[in-house]
Design a protein around this ligand. Structure first.
Ligand code: DAH
Length: 330
């Protein structure tokens, strides 16, 4: 009982929440003083046991009440101290030097747009809601293709869908303009995906050039120039690949900007980073838009991917959280 009484006196004097919690555990915790005292009851005679048990219960009640009051008071005090410390004097002069570059995604997007528009590519934005023809069929994506499945694409009731890539902009451009066409389309795209490297909404840049005599060499020159302008001097590697809407198709890798090809986590020790897809426009695609026999090239790249590589950000999801500390790093 003496120890309990001492704890009650201590409770009166507690000045911070941490000590308060320590004291609560000491008294009311599973292995605390009270539990110990209650356990000792069984060794007492019946009469004394009852009296002592009542005393312990009374103690428990007063301790709990006092503890609750103390906690409330200390919390209020702590809040007051914090508010005082975090007070912002809005009349002070702004010491924030320089402006912000904006959100890393917008910053990256603007850099890409500037690069291509300065080289004569016309900027298209395109609609986010597309139909099956523009998003799939016209791009030679067959009916059984996995991208068409419900688990990959967001569909609306009336056969409309949220575009899964910016490639439908190619189709719109070729349907509404006569060659030569030289365009980029930039904007949001949507897929049913969510993990550290996928978010349901992401953004892409699509490039399309249609003209007689356009060949793979033009494509190669345009993209290698872009990667070198964007990342500084990099090596570029072309790997043959497959996309339904291009033939031949290629995936483009650049030398790892993090380790200069010495091998690191980002490039998975390969020294190469995959950055975009590209190819010559498939004859079927030209046929679908009434431009049989025409030549052209197309390419597609993910803005988040380029932003992660150029701004050295390693979790895709941090782009979509509004954490000022991360934004201020730019
Ligand atoms: N649409 C492709 C995707 O979302 C990207 C792409 C690859 C676009 C190759 C192209 C291309 O225009 O030629 O994964």
């Amino acid at each position: 009982m003496q120890a309990l009484q001492a704890a009650l006196e201590k409770l009166e004097e507690v000045k911070d929440l941490h000590t308060l919690e320590e004291l609560r555990l000491l008294v009311l915790g599973k292995k605390g003083l009270l539990a110990h005292a209650f356990a000792g009851l069984k060794e007492l005679e019946q009469e004394e046991k009852t009296r002592y048990a009542q005393e312990l219960n009374r103690f428990k009640e007063s301790f709990s009440t006092l503890h609750a009051q103390k906690k409330q008071a200390l919390q209020a005090l702590e809040l007051q101290v914090r508010l005082e410390a975090e007070k912002i004097d809005v009349s002070l002069a702004n010491t924030h030097s320089g402006g912000s570059l904006g959100h890393p995604l917008n910053y990256t997007k603007e850099r890409i747009i500037t690069h291509f528009t300065q080289r004569g590519f016309k900027l298209h934005l395109g609609a986010l809601v597309e139909d099956d023809f523009h998003n799939f069929s016209a791009l030679n994506i067959p009916p059984h293709h996995p991208a068409r499945a419900m688990q990959d694409t967001f569909y609306f009731k009336d056969h409309k869908l949220l575009r899964t890539h910016t490639s439908p902009s190619q189709i719109h451009a070729m349907q509404t303009q006569t060659p030569p066409i030289k365009m980029i389309a930039v904007g949001h795209t949507f897929r049913r995906d969510y993990d550290t490297t996928h978010t349901p909404m992401f953004s892409q840049v699509e490039g399309l050039v249609v003209d007689t005599g356009v060949h793979f060499g033009h494509l190669k020159q345009v993209l290698e120039e872009f990667l070198n302008a964007f990342f500084g001097s990099v090596k570029v590697r072309w790997r043959s690949s497959f996309f339904p809407f291009t033939e031949p198709s290629a995936e483009v890798d650049m030398s790892c900007v993090f380790c200069q090809q010495k091998g690191c986590k980002v490039c998975k020790n390969t020294g190469w980073l995959e950055v975009l897809g590209a190819g010559l426009v498939h004859p079927e695609v030209f046929k679908n838009v009434g431009l049989e026999g025409m030549q052209g090239y197309a390419f597609g790249l993910g803005i988040e991917r380029l932003a992660m590589l150029s701004c050295e950000i390693n979790d895709l999801r941090s782009f979509f959280e509004t954490d000022l500390r991360m934004l201020e790093a730019f």
